[in-house]
Design a protein around this ligand. Structure first.
Ligand code: 4AD
Ligand code: MG
Length: 436
């Protein structure tokens, strides 16, 4: 009879059975005539027990000499053991070595401390370590929850293009690419403008894809390539945008708490901070935020945009995300609908994550009046011709509408409690990082 192959994640269903587990050697502990290989397979860690007296000599010797990250298939009997990492152990009966990594050219990442540059240069291998594995597990859960939230609330997923003919959030941060003969294209920095078109076709839509920003900022919050989810709703006001934003965040955090406890534990995340994330989120106007910041010693003046430090200060004030609305139109994108009674401020909102994480969501209501939009396009010196289709949306059945964008990596960094955004994506792209 052929021995069944299982994953470590499924070990609980095979207690008492002899099975095969393919994986990689994570660690090896020796204690006299017993060795304890710790196996990882992507679904978990399992301690194996190889007893010299119970094994043919060649098998025991092979196991005892295994090196870190060598690829191996262990055969043995699964046993429940509460003290073991993952709760199950294997009494090894045999081993099949796929590749033995030689001592002379060992796996470069060892349990000792490595500097961040070394680890980033070895990102393709670093992903195997427990902490990185936990972060990417949380990322997967966040993405799944985001999709589930929108899919179960009447939103249709409509993908927007990556090659675009013009800017959305301003021209200075675009990656330009040659698009055949003499045409230039830009990598999308947001799907929003296209979402506005699809929202007029479907009512409620979202797009979710990679976005690109040639920002020369070397901060712990900026990537040049990041994933953004962007819902857009027809017949919606700023209030609707805020409500969906806070509901979605609570939904996502709850999902991670439900399904990723082990990962949060591996990351030593204080889950009580996440359990506190409930609606309603506190709200504050830009005006009040400026006053508060000034009282805390910030240099900010009314009319300026918040820097990272300002956002950190604001988001430390509350144990829930903070919604700041009514920024000056001048510091925001051209499409922002002005506040009717105070046109110098925009019907927009930024949601700042607590614990100093800063902005994770930016959004608001869009201009739905043709003439005003045209004026803004001219004021911002944007090429009108590139926006003809966008203006058409204001000619043919225009309605108040709005939406937001949430950067997945910023959200994951906050939920995982990370210092830096670079660990939230498998292969980060940053100002000085394009490899591997
Ligand atoms: O505030 P932003 O620039 O808004 C937009 O792009 C709108 N068009 C979205 C919309 O309304 N549909 O970006 C939205 C979010 C930010 O709050 C942040 O989470 C993330 O995208 N983000 C970045 N994440 C990582 N690296 C960067 N360089 C980012 N820039 C923005
Ligand atoms: Mg923003």
């Amino acid at each position: 009879m052929k021995t069944e192959r299982i994953t470590i994640g499924d070990a609980s269903k095979h207690v008492g059975e002899t099975v095969q587990v393919p994986g990689w050697l994570y660690n090896l502990r020796k204690s006299g005539k017993i060795v304890f290989p710790l196996l990882r397979d992507g679904t978990g860690l399992m301690q194996c027990v190889a007893v010299k007296s119970a094994l043919p000599e060649a098998v025991f010797d092979t196991i005892k000499d295994l090196t870190q990250e060598s690829s191996v298939v262990f055969t043995g009997k699964i046993r429940a053991d509460q003290r073991a990492p993952g709760g199950y152990e294997m009494d090894v009966e045999n081993v099949d070595v796929m590749q033995h990594i030689p001592e002379s050219d060992p796996y470069p990442i060892t349990p000792k401390d490595h500097g961040i540059d070394f680890l980033m240069d070895h990102r393709h291998l670093w992903l195997r370590s427990q902490r990185q594995h936990a972060i990417l597990g949380v990322r997967h859960e966040v993405i799944r929850a985001v999709r589930d939230y929108f899919d179960s609330h009447g939103f249709t997923l409509v993908d927007t293009p990556i090659f675009t003919p013009a800017a959305c959030e301003g021209t200075t941060t675009l990656f330009e690419v040659n698009y055949f003969e003499d045409e230039k294209a830009y990598l999308a920095q947001s799907g929003q403008l296209y979402n506005e078109a699809t929202a007029m076709a479907f009512g409620k839509v979202y797009c979710f894809g990679p976005t690109f920003r040639a920002e020369k900022s070397k901060t712990r919050r900026h990537l040049t390539e990041f994933w953004m989810v962007e819902p857009e709703m027809a017949y919606a006001t700023l209030e609707d945008v805020k409500r969906v934003g806070e509901e979605m965040i609570v939904f996502v955090v709850n999902r991670v708490l439900e399904n990723r406890r082990a990962e949060l534990k591996a990351l030593e995340r204080d889950v009580s901070k996440l359990e506190a994330i409930q609606t309603p989120f506190p709200r504050m106007s830009y005006d009040d935020a400026v006053k508060l910041l000034q009282s805390k010693g910030s240099e900010i003046q009314w009319g300026g945009d918040f820097g990272g430090t300002d956002e950190t200060l604001l988001s430390q004030e509350h144990n829930r995300p903070l919604m700041v609305d009514g920024y000056p139109s001048a510091v925001k994108a051209f499409y922002m609908q002005p506040e009717p009674s105070r046109p110098e401020v925009a019907l927009c909102v930024d949601i700042l994550a607590p614990e100093g994480y800063g902005e994770i969501i930016g959004g608001g209501q869009r201009i739905h009046d043709y003439d005003l939009l045209l004026r803004r396009i001219e004021e911002h010196k944007l090429p009108k011709q590139a926006f003809d289709w966008y203006l058409d949306l204001r000619r043919f059945g225009t309605v108040p509408h709005g939406g937001f964008g949430m950067g997945i990596e910023r959200c994951v960094a906050w939920i995982c409690g990370l210092e830096h955004i670079r660990e939230t994506i498998a292969f980060p792209r940053m100002l000085y990082r394009l490899h591997p």
